[in-house]
Design a protein around this ligand. Structure first.
Ligand code: ACO
Ligand code: BUA
Length: 447
């Protein structure tokens, strides 16, 4: 077993490696920080030799060369499993298509259905046993590799080693080519400062959290703000079970809030599937025995979550209607992000003993086109909006005006509870809408 010898045999340049790609192929770029950099550039340079190469990726944090090279999308056709702000902007310009998914299903999509001609990922350097670590993106990495006809790994020494869990690495014997990159800096996400409204919402949620709870924080400004305020609270012995590992967890850990001590699943370990945030967060992940990276079909499985007592899930949304339907991913026909893990975490938090699921949102937003304040609570979701969470799974909704527990509530109770947490300027209009829908009882009261 001479892995060094095997490494030398498989080592090539990015330019040579991408020669395996043919017109019509499906190429997989993986998610977030696993996306290739040198290989992307080398593939883009082959533009005039190739047509109809379909690329799948997701939550891209760097601009993609294959997209920049071909705005006509004749040579390269990019698709994303979950829009980052960059991909949202590409989609607005007709340069990226969304692939609908509940994130937990992604490994199954590959194992059961999808073709992958070539998988090209960024990974950490090989260890002395011949393994390459998937680093900040476990998620579906292993499943994609299982389906790929050809696997090319791009080594970046700056990627940290993420301890597993499961499925956090791949052996040199399973791969075809290795490319050594120039070790580009890792892209980072800056988290926004919490607003006064965010703090009001966070306060309401924190009141509902007990010591020794396990916390899931979803993507977006508000869940992160809640995490940061937990770090300033009196809560203790908290635990991590999440899809996305974000800076708020590091802040909580630095404040001594995270021990994972009383967790009844993965005791002593914070479980996560992918990570994006600051460089300090990436350093925290590196060889951290208190963290365990897992594939997405483990972290996002509501059956796993059901066994975690006191699981609190905190996610955000774009709009909700007065029956409790949530869109967390679209504004009308505009795809903003994706379903991701939201519905699973909503279900999992509810199934967990003493668990709770929160969808939190500012009651209003400023419409960029008109500059006017609009309510996020609406009578009807706009035409073409995609329902991320059906009303049947709604648990707690939280705005700066209060909290509404919708579980098991009838239509008229929902209308009352949801309108109660809408911005006062919009309550009258929402009540009229509820009356029209026949779900407003004469005894309903709104303060
Ligand atoms: C990751 C896990 O652990 S799994 C579970 C979590 N996953 C999910 O919840 C998936 C779906 N949720 C999400 O993607 C996010 O929580 C969001 C999009 C709902 C909120 O994320 P944030 O980053 O706080 O959103 P932000 O306020 O920056 O808005 C994002 C975009 O949507 C637009 N937007 C937000 N709300 C609205 C609205 N009500 N109407 C129209 N557009 C809106 C914004 O203008 C912005 O667009 P821009 O980039 O062109 O400026
Ligand atoms: C990138 C975030 C994926 C999710 O929302 O689940």
């Amino acid at each position: 077993m001479n892995f060094i010898q095997e490494y030398r045999t498989k080592l090539t340049t990015a330019e040579r490696a991408v020669k395996v790609i043919q017109s019509g192929d499906w190429v997989d770029y993986n998610f977030t920080l696993a996306q290739p950099v040198a290989l992307d550039k080398a593939l883009a340079a082959r533009k005039n030799e190739l047509v109809n190469v379909k690329v799948r990726g997701g939550f891209s944090l760097r601009p993609l060369e294959i997209v920049n090279a071909d705005h006509e999308r004749e040579h390269f056709f990019y698709n994303s499993w979950h829009f980052s702000p960059y991909e949202r902007n590409l989609s607005d310009r007709g340069l990226c298509n969304y692939i609908p998914m509940i994130y937990r299903n992604k490994p199954l999509f590959y194992r059961k259905s999808l073709e992958v001609d070539v998988a090209m990922f960024s990974v950490a350097p090989m260890d002395k046993h011949g393994y390459f670590n998937f680093s900040l993106t476990n998620s579906a990495s292993r499943a994609i590799c299982e389906k790929a006809k050809i696997i090319i790994l791009e080594v970046n020494e700056k990627l940290p080693i993420a301890l597993g869990g499961q499925e956090n690495c791949i052996h040199i014997s399973d791969i075809d080519y290795i490319v050594e990159s120039s070790n580009p800096d890792l892209p980072v996400i800056q988290s926004a400062e919490a607003t006064d409204t965010d703090r009001k919402i966070a306060k309401l949620i924190i009141k509902e959290i007990n010591n020794a709870s396990t916390i899931q924080l979803g993507v977006g400004g508000l869940p992160n703000a809640v995490g940061k305020m937990i770090a300033e609270s009196d809560l203790k012995d908290l635990a991590i079970h999440t899809e996305m590992l974000v800076d708020a967890y590091l802040i909580m850990a630095k404040a001594g809030k995270i021990t994972n001590r009383y967790k009844n699943v993965d005791k002593g370990k914070g479980a996560w599937a992918f990570c994006a945030g600051s460089q300090e967060l990436y350093d925290w992940v590196d060889r951290n025995s208190g963290l365990a990276s897992y594939p997405i079909d483990y972290t996002n499985d509501p059956n796993v979550m059901a066994n975690i007592d006191n699981l609190v899930t905190i996610n955000s949304c774009v709009e909700v209607d007065i029956l409790g339907q949530v869109t967390a991913e679209t504004s009308g026909s505009r795809q903003i992000s994706g379903t991701g893990g939201q519905l699973d975490f909503l279900n999992g938090g509810y199934l967990s003993k003493e668990g709770k699921s929160f969808i939190c949102f500012n009651s209003t937003f400023i419409d960029k086109k008109t500059g006017l304040m609009k309510s996020r609570i609406v009578v009807d979701l706009p035409t073409n909006a995609v329902v991320t969470d059906p009303r049947t799974q709604a648990h707690y909704f939280v705005t700066e005006w209060g909290m509404a527990n919708l579980a098991g509530r009838s239509t008229w109770e929902r209308a009352e509870r949801i309108i109660e947490i809408a911005h006062p300027n919009f309550r009258e209009e929402l009540i009229k809408g509820a009356e029209k829908l026949g779900i407003w009882r004469r005894s309903n009261k709104i303060s």
